[in-house]
Design a protein around this ligand. Structure first.
Ligand code: ATR
Length: 277
């Protein structure tokens, strides 16, 4: 008789206590009545490879990877998807039956699914997107925007060099402007995305003037604590459709959960409530 193995998955970060992923995956496991466990693991950078090589032997079918390991894991993985290569980071690992590590990046997918759900009338081809920030999250957002055919991405970042690097990697569709110009280019935008950590609880506020914002522009923030950032509140006041960042976190988790536990989970209001609990 073959023994039925309960699949194990989890999230690796350093630190990890803040992660909402365990609540989210446990909610789905319970909702669908599935056998499985999802465990937060605090792993220091120097131990990452050793831990990743051991987990498949302990019954793990995969893990999510979060700060600060998303780039480092690319050096360890045996197979990497094209989108993870382009972004330069991975957030979802699948352990193959022979122990090999397959790395993917679902952040761009999560971003786009969240945007589609929250702003169904947004047409990617309607005009430029302004993206604030050029860190890891921005790379995922920019790759997703390129994929759906946004004609121009106006990118601005405090550190100009990082934005220039994105242009090098993603091509001519990216126009880099100085950080101080952010308020001026916003008037061209059909979509505004904040990928910086500004506006997050405990961080400084994002101070970009929104006076020029078009009424039919969609504004979204990757920051989800608080759920309604000042950027979203101001955009709402200006009459724009706004999309908060929690949905990106929920949607990016879908492909991993499906692969590890065998059911494609729905992202609905109960999922949001579970992640916020
Ligand atoms: P993530 O993976 O979440 O994108 P990151 O790679 O550390 O994290 O990027 C953080 C982003 O927030 C960057 O665009 C960063 O700007 P710099 O590249 O200039 O560091 C931006 N950011 C963080 N603090 C900022 C601040 N005080 N003012 C302006 N931008 C800030």
């Amino acid at each position: 008789m073959t023994e039925h193995k309960i699949p194990l998955a989890g999230v690796i970060g350093h630190p990890i206590a803040h992660s909402r992923s365990p609540r989210l995956h446990r909610h789905w496991l319970q909702t669908y009545g599935l056998d499985g466990h999802y465990i937060p693991m605090d792993v220091a950078p120097e131990n990452l490879e050793q831990v990743l090589r051991s987990l498949p032997k302990a019954g793990f079918v995969g893990v999510n990877i979060t700060v600060p390991h998303k780039e480092a894991v690319m050096q360890i993985a045996d197979q990497i998807t094209d989108r993870a290569t382009l972004i330069g980071a991975a957030n979802t690992l699948i352990f193959l039956p022979d122990g090999k590590i397959h790395a993917d990046n679902t952040d761009g997918y999560g971003f786009m699914e969240n945007l589609r759900a929250g702003a169904p009338d947004w047409d990617p081809t309607s005009g430029p997107a302004v993206v604030l920030g050029a860190g890891g999250a921005s790379r995922a957002v920019v790759s997703a925007l390129c994929e759906v055919g946004v004609p121009e991405i106006i990118l601005t970042n405090r550190t100009r060099l990082r934005a220039d690097k994105l242009r090098e990697d993603f091509g001519q569709r990216i126009r880099v402007v100085e950080w101080v110009q952010a308020g001026n280019v916003i008037e061209e935008a059909k979509l505004v995305v904040n990928t910086t950590s500004l506006g997050m609880m405990g961080q400084r506020e994002l101070r970009v003037p929104l006076d020029g914002l078009q009424k039919d522009a969609v504004v979204t923030d990757l920051v989800y604590a608080p759920l309604k950032t000042n950027l979203l509140l101001e955009a709402e006041e200006a009459g724009c459709v706004t999309v908060d960042g929690l949905g990106m976190l929920l949607h990016q988790a879908v492909p991993g959960f499906e692969r590890w536990f065998g059911e494609r989970p729905a992202v609905d209001s109960a999922t949001r409530a579970a992640a916020l609990r």
